[in-house]
Design a protein around this ligand. Sequence first.
Ligand code: ARG
Length: 471
Amino acid sequence: MQKLWGGRFEQKSAALLDSFNASLDFDKELYAQDIQGSKIHARMLAKQGILTDAEASAIIAGLEAIAEQIQNGAFVFDIAHEDIHMAIESALIERIGDVGKKLHTARSRNDQVALDFRLYVLQKNLAIRELLFALLDSLVSLAKVHTTTLMPGMTHLQHAQPVNLGFHLMAYAFMFWRDIVRFGDDYARNNYCPLGSAALAGSPYPIDRDFTAQNLGFAAPTANAMDSVSDRDFALDMHYSLSMLAMHISRLSEELILWSSSEFGFVRFSDAYATGSSIMPQKKNPDVAELLRGKTGRVYGNFVALLVVMKGLPLAYNKDTQEDKEGLFDSVRTMELSLRILKELLETSTFCTENMRKACAKGHLCATDLADFLVRTGIAFRDAHHITGKVVAFAESNHLDISELNAQQLCALDSRIPENAIAALCLETSMNARNCFGGTATSRVIEQVALLENQLASAKEQWQKESACRK
Ligand code: ARG
């Protein structure tokens, strides 16, 4: 087969070169973006008088027919065409004849691939944010139900202070909220159109880059052609944001795995989202959460791979950047699926609130509250700390939690402990005492939910506007 770039070549390329050089096997994922870009490019060329209207119409109709063929699986991909750009251009020429050869006027594959990949990244940015909104709907709904559900809050994975489950879940909700903001920032930073940069130096034709940018849903054209054909920051931004998201999902998954163990017993997964063991009949394993945690590895790996590809590249385009696609496709697919399944996992799990409450009766969670109470009666904090230490030691030696002591036992331990100090050992009181802004008190968690819901509503509005521009 004669290559589209084969004019100066006398010999056929080696079969081994074709399979090494080609990206068609994976970049065919970009066919829709490639055709979208080519159609607007043809319209722009006609508007500028570089093509006639009739030529542009023939090209656009041909491209639409090819898109349909690819969609319904009738298109035959041949790696001799090297990549999706040349596969489509060759098919166009075959279909509509010589006029198809005019499509590539004032364009290079360098700005073409930069455009296609950027369109993909921006479209997936919107799709990931949509899935994040859906996940947050579930997470926040769950948090709302549990603003009074006591559980032990931990530091160093040791019981620390009583909190409520709603507070704990809202901590994750705020992480995912920051992911939404981060993806939104990426979107705004990268919403510029590289088409028209041509090979590296721009085009000598009277092209209208504003028209192209506007009709492809971008804020504006990119400002420097050399940067535009070699820049993959937009993909790295996506990798970083996906890596942060993967890390957040992994942390939540880790907690769900711990909570589902018999040592914790805080959560039970539904049979639909748990798996069995091939040898131990009694087992119910948290494979879904484990896989969510494990997927983080490939997402980080794909990120680092592209950072390394880019680090030594001189300007402008280098073929190395063909290595930019597979990793990102993989990370996007992985995270889309992860977001969907995490939502299902949360919605179908049962939170064992009785066990959470029982766990609060271990670890003397209200010790700080007793010390704080004593301080309010006029005792210096260091002394209050010491007195409380004695109370803890007494409880320990009697195999009790301080929350299980009665007033008599408590007061007998030190003459400075007043009778009403027993109230400080109540878990609910302790939890609700932490009522500063951002605290775990039920009223403050309800406030956090309202705050986040407000922020989500405006982020959704912004997302809707951006989506409408990309339709
Ligand atoms: N398949 C190539 C890529 O993915 C397209 C651009 C090729 N440009 C070139 N001058 N060889 O990067």
